[in-house]
Every structure is written in structure tokens, then in C-alpha cells.
Design a protein around this ligand. Structure first.
Ligand code: AMP
Length: 148
């Protein structure tokens, strides 16, 4: 059976110039792992016994980025599932999309990550490196653009 993990694609909206599109001011939060090849990923982690997927996504975001559920707005209508092999086992990762209410909210990393960045879509895709993660970020961005 596949290992199951859940997480949140977190974004913030910067104050944009009046003439620019609202989505121009969107930045995505990526964390750099302190393990393995130090890849960049949204906060996510394994589902604990007795927890549902969304609870896991919020708990992992709190543990890995220091953001509480009360600091976030879950965006209805977006959910994405990724499947890839990790450490020789199939892994499923489910992501939701959430906006941080205060764009200056403090990010507090756990020992699992060594750095974080807020990145515009293009740069987020460069750092995210895996094609399925890049496609996930692009889809999330298109989803946000389509809502405006
Ligand atoms: P993670 O799931 O981020 O904890 O990473 C576990 C392993 O899977 C690491 O070796 C990563 O480099 C690899 N990995 C992470 N994300 C992806 C992905 N989207 N596609 C393929 N491999 C990945």
C-alpha cells in the first residue's frame, strides 16, 4: 500500500500596484528539506492514525512552517493528488490550497527543513524541480486566476 501524506500549498498576496493584475502579487511558500537532496516542497507529512487528510495537512503546516489553521484561509475547490516513488515505496501526496491571511506572518521551521522562500510562480516552478509539483503549482495559480 502507498505511503500517504497530505499538505497545503500556501500562498500570500502582496500589495500590488493598482494597474497590475491581482494574481501578479501572489507568492508561494516552499520549504527546503534538511534531508536527502535538499529539495523544495510545500509543507506536508504523513497521515497519523485517527486523523483525516485535511487535519494532517493543517497539522503538518503548523509543525513545519509554524502557521496555525487560524492564520490560513482554505480555498474551496482545489485539491490535487500526486503519486511518486519515495525511498523504494509508492507515495501519495494530497495537497489543498490555502492563503495566509497576514502576508508578513512569521514562518517557523522545524528540524525537517533548513530554509524557506516565498516565490512567484515562475521561480517556485524552478525550485520545485519535479514536473508533477510544477504542474500542481501552475494549476493552483490558474485556479486562483480564474476566480478573479
Ligand atoms: P518527500 O516526499 O518530499 O518527503 O520526498 C521523499 C523522496 O521523494 C525524496 O527523495 C524526494 O526527492 C522525492 N520526491 C519528492 N517530491 C517528489 C515528486 N513530486 N516527484 C518525484 N519524487 C519526489
Amino acid at each position: 500500500m502507498a505511503v500517504r501524506a497530505c499538505g497545503l500549498i500556501i500562498y500570500r498576496r502582496l500589495q500590488s500596484a493598482p494597474s497590475s493584475k491581482v494574481t501578479d502579487g501572489i507568492e508561494y511558500l516552499l520549504l527546503q528539506t534538511s534531508y536527502g537532496t535538499h529539495h523544495w516542497t510545500p509543507p506536508k507529512g504523513h497521515v497519523d492514525a485517527g486523523e483525516d487528510d485535511l487535519q494532517t495537512a493543517f497539522r503538518e503546516t503548523q509543525e513545519e512552517a509554524g502557521l496555525q489553521a487560524s492564520q490560513l484561509t482554505l480555498i474551496e475547490g482545489y485539491k490535487k493528488e500526486l503519486h511518486y516513488p519515495a525511498h523504494g515505496k509508492p507515495k501519495t501526496v494530497v495537497y489543498w490550497l490555502a492563503e495566509v491571511k497576514d502576508c508578513n506572518a512569521e514562518i517557523k521551521l522545524s528540524e525537517e527543513h533548513q530554509a524557506f522562500q516565498w516565490l512567484k510562480l515562475e521561480d517556485a516552478c524552478k525550485f520545485a524541480e519535479y514536473e508533477d509539483m510544477q504542474a500542481t503549482l501552475k494549476e493552483a495559480h490558474e485556479f486562483l486566476c480564474s476566480k478573479k
